[in-house]
Write a protein that binds this ligand. Structure first.
Ligand code: PMP
Length: 330
């Protein structure tokens, strides 16, 4: 018989899939690292076991304790998965721009969720950072993984995502493109790839227009899970060769194309990263190998990115081929 004794065994070792339709013919190979194949559905499953194990080893997380984290959802799912297996309770604090679908997923895994306003600065008492700090102070045996400052976040990618990509591409990867949220993915993966290649692999961050990573002032944007209004310590700026800013409109249009043309139903931050990867591909050599990381699946965004009414209500263009085809049927 072939079986796993824990769903946690399935974290990592995600596939690389060539993007064939959204890319230009004759251009370099563009490979997508598709992270929705993780059991909780996102790249963030990768950090949860590393964060929790390190906290147990350090005595910061005690048996029966409570894990409290400000998270847009995906880190919450990963933490909730591991917490279940090890007998911890989880409370997640999310900004209110996070879709109700994502919040319901966290609740389904048995976590409690508190929502806070998106449009307040991090130091405001109602910000999701401040609220999570207060809960940690008030609840006994509470532990905050603090993914924005925890070195075990990039370490999980240095030990997992990075070596996987090096081996999957047989060391031929030339560019790695990923969205930057906490910076854990790009810092850990990027550092490993730089080391293995002797500095040859170019590390490119993708960022929503308005976020500080690409020179913005942190003004709100709609793509979830990426961009920030401050510089977290989990982000190692020295690893980044370049950051490409992508508009919400371009991110959402590409996200929808990935579902229709590549069969990849992914979230908005994946569309954003692919837009950046295609800009890299436009100036790369024909033998280059560009890997772009797609952080999560699209089912959590059906009422937003994939909903025509939501798209037009936010001033973005609804793809015309959808309208024409529906019209033809009438
Ligand atoms: N995309 C999504 C949907 C995410 O939830 C996250 C995590 N915040 C990221 C991208 C960015 O990953 P990281 O935090 O490792 O930079």
């Amino acid at each position: 018989m072939q079986f796993h004794t824990s769903v946690l065994d399935l974290i990592g070792n995600t596939p690389l899939i060539q993007l064939c339709s959204v890319t230009e013919p004759g251009g370099p190979l563009v490979l997508a690292k598709v992270e929705y194949f993780n059991p909780g559905g996102s790249v963030k499953d990768r950090i949860a076991p590393t964060l929790i194990q390190a906290a147990e080893d350090a005595g910061e997380l005690k048996p029966g304790g409570t894990i409290i984290e400000p998270t847009s959802g995906n880190t919450g799912v990963g933490l909730a998965l591991v917490a279940q297996r090890r007998g911890y309770h989880c409370i997640f604090v999310c900004p209110d721009k996070v879709s109700i679908d994502k919040i319901n997923v966290l609740k389904a895994y048995g976590a409690d969720v508190v929502t806070c306003p998106t449009a307040v600065p991090p130091e405001h008492p109602d910000s999701y950072y401040s609220v999570s700090d207060r809960l940690v102070r008030e609840i006994t045996d509470a532990w905050k993984p603090d993914q924005y400052a925890n070195p075990n976040n990039p370490r999980a990618h240095y030990e997992g995502t990075g070596p996987e990509l090096w081996e999957q591409t047989q060391g031929r990867i030339t560019h790695f493109v990923a969205g930057v949220g906490t910076g854990g993915t790009i810092s850990g993966t990027g550092r490993l790839l730089k080391e293995r290649s002797g500095g040859r692999v170019r590390i490119v961050g993708a960022d929503p227009e308005g976020s500080v990573y690409s020179g913005g002032d942190g003004r709100p944007y709609l793509v979830e899970g990426v961009g920030e209004d401050f510089w977290p310590s989990a982000l190692d700026r020295s690893v980044l060769d370049e950051v490409i800013a992508v508009s919400d409109g371009d991110s959402f249009a590409m996200t929808r194309r990935l579902a229709r043309e590549e069969g990849l139903l992914v979230g908005g931050s994946a569309g954003m990263a692919v837009v950046a990867a295609l800009r890299v591909a436009a100036t790369a050599g024909p033998d280059d190998v560009i890997v772009v990381l797609l952080p999560d699946g699209g089912r959590g965004y059906l009422s937003k990115v994939f909903n025509d009414d939501w798209i037009s209500a936010h001033g973005f263009e609804v793809p015309t081929d959808a309208t024409v085809r529906a019209g033809d049927l009438l």
